[in-house]
Design a protein around this ligand. Structure first.
Ligand code: SAH
Length: 241
């Protein structure tokens, strides 16, 4: 036993020396992704195997701008232009798990951004509808998702405040920009048994990650964790709250 304990410290310098060799190829992205899932997501308590599998599959580095690509699998959000961000991987996984997306589900996302969260959802659901208020981001995400083969995602440029009534009701609704309060039209578009997951709270401060479930007795609502998202803009800001 004591020889085992000694072996570890002796091995460490050897491993790091090898890793530092200039000729060593950079670790492939799928290894970085597997490491991300193990250390940031599974290690923090995400257990749904379908969610973990989707997080292992979606090539996050292809959803971020070239200059920050090397940081794509880091434990943090990243800028995607237009003052917007792609969420930290763990938060994407947490919101996805909380939404309990079943095969065959129809999902609505408010805040397409890069399209990354939509891609993760598309591996779990039958149809994903995503609305993005910044038109160039919507166009870019739409093009990217099509190019990468995510055929069950439909992106629309516009204000997500009123949801997407033509495709309602939704089995899951994910809001990825923070409103001061959940827009009523989104609650109205939640199917029986469906779940809405949203960061709720004032701009520029810590928000609550909130889950709302439509049950036979009405809406059940609870708070999961403090989070920090970019604010939801558009009509939700004109409500005089
Ligand atoms: N889910 C995204 C990250 C979203 S960041 C991803 O995986 O990359 C939040 C996004 O919400 C931003 O792109 C922002 O422009 C958008 N947004 C803010 N207010 C909105 C609104 N009212 N309707 C639709 N999108 C909105």
């Amino acid at each position: 036993m004591s020889s085992l304990r000694l072996a570890a410290p002796l091995l460490l310098p050897l491993l790091s020396a090898t890793g530092a060799l200039a000729t060593e190829p950079a670790p492939p992205e799928d290894a970085a992704r597997a490491h991300m899932v193990a250390t940031q997501i599974a290690a923090r308590g995400i257990v749904d195997p379908r969610v973990l599998d989707a997080m292992r599959k979606v090539e996050r580095h292809l959803f971020v701008p070239e200059p920050v690509r090397a940081a794509a699998y880091g434990d943090h959000p990243l800028p995607i232009g237009h003052d917007q961000t792609i969420s930290q991987p763990y938060i994407v996984a947490l919101m996805t798990e909380l939404a309990r997306v079943k095969p065959g589900a129809r999902v609505l996302e408010i805040g397409t951004g890069s399209g990354y969260q939509a891609a993760v959802l598309s591996l779990l659901a039958r149809e994903v509808y995503s609305v993005e208020i910044v038109a160039p981001l919507a166009a870019e995400a739409d093009e990217r998702l099509a190019r990468l083969g995510y055929r069950n995602v439909t992106v629309r440029s516009g204000d997500g405040y009123r949801g997407w009534p033509e495709h309602a009701p939704f089995d899951a609704i994910l809001v990825t920009a923070a409103p001061p309060e959940i827009p009523q039209p989104l609650l109205d578009q939640l199917a029986m048994g469906g779940r809405l997951v949203a960061p709720v709270g004032p701009e520029g401060r810590v928000q609550d990650l909130v889950v709302v479930e439509r049950t036979g007795e009405g809406l059940r609502r609870w708070t999961v964790a403090p989070v920090r998202f970019v604010p939801m803009t558009g009509e939700v800001r004109k409500k005089g709250r």
